[in-house]
Design a protein around this ligand. Structure first.
Ligand code: GRG
Length: 304
């Protein structure tokens, strides 16, 4: 099925869906709903939903049917940020330039808002009757894997255990593959699954996601060193304060930049591979340009 709106227009519709869907999963009377909605409304980039929807668009799938899956993914991402900001973890007062959930409400409410977004995410996928049972189960199973103790939670655990120790580059990379990469990979694989993208193209798209995931984290580490609080929306220099292992702390600024650029080139090559492997009449080739464009987010311009 062809989608008539551009992806940018669809993202505006999605933004409303993302917040309003909370109404079906939380009681009106509770501060919990307010905290869930607040956490979702502080202005994230919606990077993961956009990746997922771009792949659905590429495969000429139904974007509206993909909204619940994209929202579930963003709910899980949001839960992870709420918990990551808590005093027991990164202890941040600001995210996206706004008060973190525990600062706006309190720690108990923030923990519960995270728990609620995490659990409701699975209901949101499993309740979508317009998707086949097989797809719903696969999408929920894959999301549980990506966000759970062999994915994002494991990455966060290894990150915490790595504080104040010096890790090897391989150990650091493994942390990020799980902590940041797993949800980015899920975004791409879920999009492929929803739109029935053939295996040769979906394999290259997944490779793109792997490179993008690493680039995303290197960019994030560099941002903490290079940008001010105003530019990053949260406290700059926090990683160094917590003695975290980061790309700049292990490799230095110049080599980290080189690694970042290497990942961006590799990701672009994977998309070029997709272009060669499909019949351009059957796919929305413009969506591949969107995926290339999304790499701009992780670029850091250097003064030549
Ligand atoms: C607490 C279980 C648990 C996990 C936390 C993702 C994560 C794991 C912590 C966030 C720490 C962090 C800064 C990771 C680096 C990359 C990253 C995920 C950045 C934030 O995501 P963006 O850039 O944020 O998509 P927005 O604000 O746009 O949603």
């Amino acid at each position: 099925m062809e989608n008539k709106m551009s992806l940018a227009q669809q993202m505006t519709v999605f933004e409303t869906y993302l917040i309003e869907a909370v109404n079906d999963y939380a009681d009106d009377s509770l501060t919990l709903k307010e905290a869930m909605t607040y956490s979702l409304s502080t202005g994230g980039k919606r990077f993961r939903p956009m990746l997922l929807l771009a792949v659905v668009e590429f495969g000429k799938g139904n974007l509206t049917e993909a909204f619940p899956v994209a929202a579930a993914l963003e709910w899980i991402h949001t839960y992870s940020l709420i918990h990551d900001d808590l005093p027991a973890m990164d202890n941040d007062d600001y995210r996206r330039g706004k008060l973190t959930t525990h600062k706006k409400f309190n720690e108990g409410i923030a923990i519960l808002a995270g728990d609620a977004l995490l659990t409701a995410a699975f209901s949101l996928i499993l309740n979508q009757e317009e998707l086949s049972n097989k797809k719903r189960v696969q999408l929920a199973k894959n999301l549980a894997f990506a966000s759970g103790p062999k994915g994002m939670v494991s990455g966060q655990m290894n990150d915490i255990e790595g504080e104040r120790k010096t890790l090897t580059l391989e150990e650091l990379e493994n942390i990020h593959v799980q902590k940041t990469g797993a949800l980015i990979e899920y975004a791409i694989s879920a999009g492929s699954l929803l739109a029935d993208v053939p295996v040769n193209a979906s394999t290259s798209l997944l490779n793109y996601a792997k490179h993008l995931g690493l680039a995303y984290q290197i960019h994030n580490d560099l941002k903490d060193v290079v940008y001010s609080q105003d530019e990053s929306g949260k406290r700059a220099g926090n990683d160094a304060e917590l003695e975290k292992n980061t790309y700049p702390s292990l490799l230095g600024l110049k080599e980290s930049m080189a690694q970042l650029n290497k990942q961006i080139v590799a990701a672009t090559n994977e998309i070029n591979q997709v272009k060669k492997s499909v019949d351009s009449q059957l796919f929305n080739m413009e969506s591949l340009e969107t995926l290339i464009k999304m790499l701009d987010y992780v670029r850091i311009e250097t003064e030549a």
